[in-house]
Design a protein around this ligand. Structure first.
Ligand code: NAD
Ligand code: WQD
Length: 333
């Protein structure tokens, strides 16, 4: 089976490409490299022994996207490509709406032209906005608090409407919680440009000595230690969730799943776990809450376990150790 992985040189896409190749799938990657590097292809080759075929393509470009389908017989698409920074999306909403939505529409149009009607889309827990209770099940109301989140919600709707209009489409919407960690080889991982917005990449930069200290955004939430609680999921477990979706969801229609662990950790839990797993200090200071943050986000992942036979295996220690292993091996050069 040949799988097109859009955004496949990015963080989650590259880990998924590795798992797919190791399970015997043929992988083709399409990416415009706006937030990743072509060198990731060599890393994938180093891990798996196979360098995936690569198209340097902006998916908003229909002709260029068509070429991929013209030259290959694609059985299914895993659509990771997109811009993902919440703060930037508030400053540049049009860039986010255009890039994320236009690319998703163009991709589906071209897929339909070539009779490829199976897509797995990277959605996000951000579509649950500020839920009133946790854990969150897939039938919770969806609404968003920032343009990035709105692009995810809109693409979910667009693909759902597409599946309603044509009963041959098989659409899977995977709502990721907080992916962290890196491949066990230390060759691929998360490598954001500039000062990171997310917790784990920030901790890593502090541990590397590139940033002075972590700001912990608020310790007056109603949580066990006052700091924000999230459902962190190892990126390798997340990657395997996509393979379960490819293999188990053979019926057309719309399939929606949370991908998380169901266990919550606070910011200070993560700092302490990182220090313990890696025997390194992470200096931090408590600062004001970050606007838009909620106290607790936690998945109920039981639907994915029931219907996909998928369950996370890797715990917090693995997440912390692998993030640091990648940083030392690959970032600290
Ligand atoms: P990433 O930035 O590492 O990967 C996304 C890739 O898409 C990048 O390589 C980028 O160059 C590419 N891209 C962007 N726009 C493109 C376009 N128009 N044409 C072709 N390529 C394009 O991000 P990631 O963390 O791997 O996230 C992958 C997907 O998962 C994204 O859609 C993101 O919104 C979603 N997601 C991520 C998280 C997270 O915390 N990392 C959580 C929930 C959902
Ligand atoms: C986690 C916790 C912060 C940085 C974001 C997106 C979401 C999804 C995943 C894409 C929170 C605290 C953070 C720091 C801190 N992405 N924190 N100091 O906000 O849960 O989710 O990434 O879809 O849409 O919003 O993740 O890693 O930014 O924050 O104290 O320097 O760490 O307040 O409690 P978040 P995060």
């Amino acid at each position: 089976m040949t799988i097109l992985v859009t955004g496949g040189t990015g963080y989650i896409g590259s880990h998924t490409a590795v798992e797919l190749i190791q399970k015997g799938y043929e992988v083709i990657i399409a990416d415009n490299l706006c937030n990743s590097s072509e060198s990731v292809l060599d890393k994938i080759a180093e891990i798996t022994g196979t360098k995936p075929k690569f198209y340097l393509v902006d998916l908003t470009d229909k002709e260029a996207t068509r070429k991929i389908f013209e030259e290959n017989k694609i059985d299914a698409v895993i659509h990771f490509a997109g811009l993902k920074a919440v703060g930037e999306s508030c400053l540049k909403p049009l860039m986010y709406y255009y890039n994320n939505i236009a690319s998703s529409v163009v991709l589906a149009e071209v897929m339909a032209e070539y009779g490829c009607k199976k897509i797995i889309f990277s959605s996000s827990a951000t579509v649950y906005g500020e839920p009133e209770t946790v854990p969150i099940t897939e039938d919770f109301p969806i609404f968003t608090t920032n343009p990035y989140g709105t692009t995810k919600l809109m693409i979910e709707r667009i693909y759902t409407d597409l599946a309603k209009s044509d009963s041959e489409w098989n659409v899977t919407l995977l709502r990721y919680f907080n992916p962290i960690g890196a491949h066990s080889s230390g060759l691929i991982g998360e490598n954001p440009n500039g000062i990171p917005n997310n917790l784990m990449p920030y901790i890593v930069k502090v541990a590397l000595g590139e940033l002075y200290q972590l700001s912990v955004f608020g310790n007056d939430y109603d949580t066990h230690d006052g700091t924000g609680v999230r459902d962190y999921i190892h990126v390798t477990d997340l990657a395997l969730g996509h393979i379960a979706a490819i293999e188990k969801l053979t019926d057309p229609g719309v399939h929606i799943f949370n991908l998380g662990t169901g266990t919550g950790y606070s910011v200070l839990d993560i700092v302490k776990a990182f220090e313990k797993a890696n025997d390194i200090k992470v200096p931090y200071v408590i600062t004001a809450r970050r606007p838009g943050d909620v106290p607790i986000l936690l998945a109920d992942p039981s639907k994915a376990e029931r219907e996909l036979g998928w369950k996370t295996k890797l715990g917090l220690e693995d997440m912390c150790r692998s993030s640091w292993n990648f940083a030392k091996k690959t970032l600290n050069k």
